[in-house]
Design a protein around this ligand. Structure first.
Ligand code: GCO
Length: 469
């Protein structure tokens, strides 16, 4: 008799309860899978005054960003003596956008865009601590004036992964006491440009900066420490709140639209009936996505892993620190539990992958928009694009992802704009120049820009939206 009781207890603990939990998880977190054979991607509608843009970042396109953490990283070797950049390349002249920006703005106009997102290179504005380069500030003023003359709305990103060398040597965002340097830089740039710039992104992808630089070690400073990852993410979020609060007090602050840019990655279990895959997927989602959203919603930051309460923080101003939220959406990771490595990412057998190895999954954009809608803020898609060297997936990518955006808008999500990543091929961080994200291909020998065939989908979508409006 006792054996039977023991058997039923074990059966409940090992089979029934986990099984019921998995059933609940599948219902709570459905994985959208649309039937694209029967989906008409021309059935889209976008709001009037929608921002149709393209995005770049200074270090990736300008050239000669020689005084920052990435330039140093590109010239460093890892512990095995191999280059930090997988192709052995350095950013170097990049797309020479610093001098070629007028022609590049003509490309933005040729696409039919009405907006352009770019970042300000801190190391060029403040090459030495508290020494500001007026010529560099004037360069960006001239760029912005050209944009406005061409009818293009500028969107400025204040921090896009790069730090001046002097700031990096102080420990950058590992130390809370360094945040004031970034706030001072942000105030200086804002005062110079606020009369011509309405849209401001404070920090681009804090989770990516923290994870890649302090957990995966593939970005500078190449550390691999989970607690430091949480500390850096907390300090970046704290920096965002301090910058928002500071800029709102300055001339032009009330009129400015300021927001954080968050990369949302969809983590789904590769086997939806296996509890351990679910636990890993939800743990990654919580650490990479939820921790940031909760902070922006409640002011409470909690970076934790099962059994580890790594970093806690509270800032009561956080819940009122965004006029919009920027969403960068690229990747859908199917996660598999691994005894040896904790977890591995896998593609489904019928997934179409981008050159970055991400699954093409427009439904993930739709899910991300609905999830972000929970913040109650206007959403601007500040990055979405595909690395596609053969240009044989870009057309489909653009049409299907814009369809997913339109479907979320139709269901009430307040999306104000879409910035395609990227205007042109550029330096893709640790991947060097191998990844071709550009609507325009760049011949880096001649610096010639050539509009790709697949990019026609974006021009068509913008034209169709204009006709619909
Ligand atoms: C990022 C950055 C961009 C990338 C783009 C493609 O998300 O890493 O915002 O600088 O180049 O996302 O990976």
């Amino acid at each position: 008799m006792l054996d039977w009781i023991l058997f039923f207890i074990v059966l409940w603990i090992v089979v029934v309860i986990p099984g019921l939990f998995v059933i609940w998880l599948n219902r709570r977190y459905p994985e959208e899978q649309w039937d694209w054979e029967w989906t008409d991607t021309t059935e889209v509608k976008f709001p009037e005054n929608f921002l149709w843009g393209v995005a770049t970042s200074a270090h990736q396109v300008e050239g000669d960003c020689t005084n920052n953490n990435w330039w140093a990283w590109e010239h460093a070797k890892n512990s095995r003596g191999a280059p930090r950049i997988k192709t052995g390349e350095i950013s170097g002249n990049a797309c020479e956008h610093w001098t070629r920006y007028q022609k590049d703005i003509a490309c933005v106009v040729e696409l039919g865009c009405n907006a352009y997102r770019f970042s300000i290179e801190w190391s060029k504005i403040e090459p030495m601590e508290n020494q500001f380069d007026q010529a560099a500030l004037t360069h960006y003023k001239t760029l912005i004036r050209e944009l406005r003359q061409q009818g293009i709305e500028p969107m400025v990103t204040l921090h896009h992964f790069t730090n001046p060398l002097w700031f990096e040597k102080l420990g950058a965002f590992e130390k809370k006491k360094n945040i004031h340097y970034f706030v001072r830089f942000a105030e200086k740039v804002f005062d110079e440009l606020q009369d011509q710039v309405t849209y401001w992104c404070t920090i681009n992808e804090p989770s990516v900066y923290a994870t890649m630089g302090y957990f995966r070690g593939e970005f500078p400073p190449g550390k691999r420490n989970i607690r430091k990852t949480g500390v850096v993410l907390r300090n970046l979020l704290e920096a965002h709140v301090q910058v928002y609060t500071a800029l709102k007090k300055r001339p032009g602050g009330k009129e400015a639209k300021i927001g954080l840019v968050k990369n949302l990655t969809q983590f789904d279990p590769i086997h939806r009936n296996f509890l351990l895959d679910w636990i890993v997927a939800r743990t990654l989602h919580k650490a990479f996505n939820t921790a940031v959203f909760q902070f922006l919603k409640t002011g409470r930051f909690r970076f934790s892993l099962p059994g580890l309460n790594l970093v806690r923080h509270y800032n009561g101003h956080a819940a009122r620190s965004n006029d919009f939220i920027g969403l960068n959406y690229y990747s859908h990771f199917n996660v598999k539990f691994s005894i040896r490595r904790g977890f591995v990412f896998q593609l489904h057998k019928d997934d179409v992958a981008t050159d970055m190895g991400y699954a093409m999954y427009p439904e993930g954009m739709y899910r991300a928009l609905h999830e972000l809608n929970g913040l109650g803020l206007p959403i601007i898609i500040t990055e979405n694009g595909i690395a596609d060297k053969r240009d044989d997936r870009r057309f489909l990518f653009i049409r299907t992802y814009l369809y997913a955006v339109s479907r979320a808008i139709e269901e009430g999500v307040d999306v104000r704009g879409y910035f395609y990543w990227s205007l042109m091929d550029n330096f893709e961080w640790a991947e060097g120049y191998a990844m071709k994200f550009g609507l325009y291909a760049v011949n880096f020998e001649t610096q010639e820009r050539t509009l790709r065939t697949g990019s026609e989908a974006y021009r068509m979508s913008i034209r169709e939206a204009a006709r619909e409006a």
